[in-house]
Design a protein around this ligand. Structure first.
Ligand SMILES: [Zn+2]
Length: 390
């Protein structure tokens, strides 16, 4: 397996390309963002205000925009920018997938209080959610499919129903995949949502399985193109308009609003400020990413921190060594109980998702893979050999 020479991403990670110097496209896009001048950030900020003003005009005395929030540090920061800094009147919309950590729930509930905003929280029936957890895991190795789908679709349903033309989203998926340049000003679009976040599955793949009926999944009906066009709905990513540093933003939100990070450490990553809206996101959901692609959230978080200069590559590798392989006990046991599944069944299904480019099975039936430290050794050996032959 090959890894990026700058961050920690393996070559088979989703949508990455490596250049001649062995640097991945996500790192190159991060460099592009780094090279944006202060003046350009100011111009981008102006563009953001113009879009919201357009929304205010169109909504005609209603909400100026929707902010899709999960109560996380980014939700707070978005609301802070839109409401506190620029004085717009947003409606907050939340998809509630039923598995918030207590501190995540407290952060979510406090948004109405600290920002004095209206907040719509929508949660599907719990039995339907449990069925979707099981089904997502069996179909695509992702028990949190319902979360990705609900978070992406619900604010758009509300935008169409209440005729609110601007929906503000958070971070853009640049840094994960390096798919877009900052100049693309990528917007919310159905194709991205369906192909990436929803992995090509829609509610029609779920109806009729595990006893799920159409009436259980009304909230998964993406508005039609005609409905979007009728209201002129536009989904923008705030990350296109403001320089994005989660470490700085979270500090500001803690100082200003007493936003609370995770009370106890996660089992699979060192960061305590992400994904408090679903206790399994950093746990068993992320373990499935490791099973599939051979890397996990510690690789994601450390790669981001390396690019932002908070960590050296060597420190990042230590984080990967410590966390990526961990089977999260506390989290797995809770999820198995939630969906009524045995660990044996979990392991059997999980193994069907292992990428054969990553994993090999030995005679004893144990899985193994090439790691970033093996790659480092190989690279250093190549360099030594070159020196010797000179
Ligand atoms: Zn990279």
């Amino acid at each position: 397996m090959n890894y990026c020479r700058k961050c920690l991403y393996p070559e088979i990670a989703v949508n990455l390309i490596y250049d001649d110097e062995g640097i991945c496209s996500a790192c190159r896009v991060a460099e592009d963002i780094d090279n944006i001048s202060e003046q350009e950030w100011k111009d981008r900020e102006k563009k953001f205000i113009q879009i919201l003003e357009k929304g205010r005009k169109k909504s005609n005395g209603g909400y100026d925009c929707i902010i899709a929030v999960g109560g996380g540090k980014d939700s707070y920061w978005q609301t802070y920018i839109v409401k506190e800094v620029y004085g717009f009147n947003p409606l907050l919309v939340t998809y509630h997938g039923n598995n918030f950590l207590p501190e995540g729930q407290a952060n979510l509930d406090r948004m109405r209080e600290v920002f004095n905003v209206d907040h719509l929280i929508f949660g599907p029936g719990v039995d339907s959610l449990i069925k979707l957890n099981r089904l997502g895991f069996k179909k695509m190795g992702d028990m949190n499919w319902h979360n990705h789908a609900g978070i992406d679709i619900l604010p758009m349903i509300i935008a169409v129903k209440y005729r609110i033309p601007i929906v503000v989203w958070g971070e853009i998926p640049w840094d994960v995949s390096g798919m877009f340049s900052p100049d693309d000003y990528v917007k919310y679009n159905k194709r991205m949502v369906l192909e990436h976040d929803m992995r090509g599955f829609t509610l029609h793949d779920m109806i009729g399985e595990e006893g799920l009926e159409a009436k259980d999944l009304i909230w998964l009906n993406m508005p039609t193109d005609e409905e979007f066009a009728d209201v002129g709905v536009e989904g923008i990513y705030i990350g296109n308009f403001f320089s994005w540093d989660p470490n700085k933003q979270v500090k500001l939100m803690i100082d200003k609003y007493k936003w609370e990070p995770s009370r106890q450490p996660f089992e699979r990553t060192y960061r305590r400020m992400s994904n408090l809206d679903d206790m399994h996101e950093n746990g068993i959901h992320d373990y499935m990413k490791y099973i599939k692609f051979g890397y996990g959230r510690a690789s994601d978080h450390a790669s981001k921190d390396i690019r932002l200069g908070y960590m050296t590559r060597q420190q990042g590798i230590e984080m990967v060594k410590k966390y990526d392989h961990v089977k999260p006990r506390r989290d797995l046991e809770r999820w198995l109980e939630y969906v009524n599944m045995t660990e044996e069944e979990f392991d059997r299904i999980a193994d069907t998702f292992r990428d054969s480019r990553v994993w090999t099975k030995n005679k004893q039936g144990e899985w193994s893979k090439d790691n970033i430290w093996d790659f480092e050794k190989r690279i250093n050996l190549e360099v030594d050999n070159k020196k010797d032959s000179l």
